[in-house]
Design a protein. Structure first.
Length: 292
């Protein structure tokens, strides 16, 4: 019974929750704010006459006192109280100055109700001088001194490293350009030039594997020259696009027949004709140079 009776009684007391201001690091002209939240039970309201008013002061002066009612989306019994002070004096040395205490009165809205008071205690704050004390006039500390010349840093090692890194970057860029575009002034690589380098040492009695590699090299040259994979069915289109190779039609047809036999013959029989392959490649190389 005692706990059930005491709970409503405690709920009728104004509850104060203060956020104390920073107590150090102030100078003349700075503003200091005190924030507090007050939970006001129903049946009590603030006596506006108890709000502090601005008064002239030599040290810390109250500039504004704000009593803020709660917004509609929060609890309707919690109010905010903000006091704004300004420091008006610069002491010769760090000094404590007090924010004065504040007493708020709350009147009962019903006849016969009991009024209440809430006290915010004084808060000391540390105020520092705007200009520090002059230094002692000894050993050249008093008057202004000449600026200390900047410290020179040895940059030889840094300069050498930067030059080495720049040279390395230029070399890497040059290698990338050569890989992409080739050496400047160098003759462009032609497909049948590459094929001739692979076929010129082909012996007349080439074995099956060596013969297939030679055929593949000439196939690669024809594909590069045609711009896509060239089969015997596309020979007419290739000669229409590259009419300079028209005299090679019989040899090209013979070449595709040999290639089909070497790669796809059922009996795996291989008839190497190194002379035909070399002659075809040499003539195609010459026609390629003339058409360039």
């Amino acid at each position: 019974m005692l706990t059930t009776v005491a709970a409503p009684a405690a709920a009728q007391v104004v509850q104060l929750h203060e956020s104390p201001p920073r107590t150090y690091g102030y100078q003349v002209g700075d503003l200091i704010e005190r924030h507090a939240e007050l939970s006001v039970p129903p049946g009590l309201r603030l006596d506006d006459a108890s709000l502090p008013t601005t008064r002239p002061s030599a040290s810390v002066e109250l500039r504004e006192a704000r009593w803020q009612p709660p917004p509609w989306w929060t609890r309707h019994d919690t109010y905010k109280f903000v006091l704004t002070y300004q420091v008006l004096r610069s002491p010769p040395s760090p000094q404590l100055m007090d924010l004065p205490p504040v007493v708020l009165r709350f009147k009962a809205s019903q006849e016969g109700g009991r009024s209440q008071e809430v006290r915010l205690d004084a808060v000391p704050v540390m105020v520092s001088p705007l200009v520090p004390q002059p230094p002692p006039d000894r050993n050249g500390f008093g008057p202004l001194q000449l600026d200390v010349p900047p410290l020179l840093i040895a940059a030889e090692a840094t300069r050498g490293r930067v030059m080495a890194e720049a040279l390395l970057a230029v070399l890497l860029l040059g290698a990338l350009l050569v890989r992409r575009f080739g050496w400047p002034g160098r003759r462009p690589q032609r497909p049948f030039d590459d094929a001739w380098r692979a076929l010129r040492r082909l012996p007349a009695d080439a074995g099956p594997d060596e013969w297939r590699r030679a055929l593949a090299a000439l196939h690669l040259a024809l594909n590069r020259s045609h711009g896509e994979v060239l089969f015997v069915q596309g020979l007419d289109g290739f000669l229409a696009r590259r009419p300079a190779f028209a005299p090679l039609r019989p040899d090209l047809e013979r070449f595709f027949a040999l290639s089909r036999q070497a790669f796809f013959a059922a009996d795996a029989s291989v008839q190497a004709d190194a002379a035909l392959l070399k002659t075809l490649c040499r003539r195609a190389r010459a026609l390629e140079r003339e058409a360039a």
